[in-house]
Design a protein. Structure first.
Ligand code: FES
Length: 201
């Protein structure tokens, strides 16, 4: 797949989107120019678009939690599940009995369900890229054919497809999968530009 789109920004302003179509959560296409700006300070009156309010509130979108932690590998007989807690946006998609056990340690049991396709299906629902998997000795991190940005009303932007991010905090180096990730739009994440679930606080 040919990479086309990019997201460019600094600590002080919005996400400038270049050549990536925008959709709502229910799949409705939102018409935009080729280059447009999406709010990340959380204060725009024209969300998802930036209306310049970030300047009035002196927004500084600096990452404050910089300890990245390691990707953990939960090795199973037929599938291994990789988990990177840092980029998790806590959207709760990882729900599968006996495999994802949020109240247990370890919280992932890759052998908890014999239906490997079902486990893969659930991993692919994780919008942040925190969960990926290994099967037949191959670490699979990418599965989106189409580049798009999905705007969620009370939550992050979900980025799908290998859309490059270019910013002044080298944020692209944090990503496990450049194929999908979730960007903060409320201005409260401590792991900016990535969503850390703070919009629910
Ligand atoms: S980033 Fe410009 S108004 Fe929020």
């Amino acid at each position: 797949m040919k990479k086309q789109g990019e997201i460019v920004f600094t600590k002080y302003g919005p996400y400038t989107i270049v050549d990536v179509p925008l959709y709502t959560e229910d799949g409705t296409f939102i018409e935009t120019p080729r280059v447009y700006s999406l709010c990340r300070c959380g204060a725009s009156n024209s969300k998802p678009f930036c209306d310049g309010t970030h300047g009035k509130i002196n927004f500084v979108g600096e990452r404050v939690k910089n300890k990245l932690g390691k990707t953990k590998i939960y090795a199973g007989e037929n599938i291994s599940i990789y988990d990177n807690r840092y980029i998790c946006c806590h959207d709760g998609s990882c729900s599968l009995e006996n495999v994802f056990l949020p109240n247990d340690t370890p919280w992932i049991n890759p052998d908890g369900n014999p239906d490997i396709e079902k486990i893969i299906e659930i991993i692919k629902l994780c919008p942040s890229g925190a969960l990926t998997y290994e099967i037949n000795k191959e670490h699979i991190t990418a599965w989106f054919d189409e580049e798009k940005i999905i705007f969620t009303k009370e939550g992050p932007l979900h980025i799908q497809g290998p859309i490059e991010i270019k910013d002044d905090q080298s944020s692209d180096e944090i990503l496990i999968s450049k194929d999908h990730y979730s960007l903060c739009t409320c201005g409260k994440s401590k792991k900016k530009p990535f969503c850390d679930g703070s919009h629910d606080d």
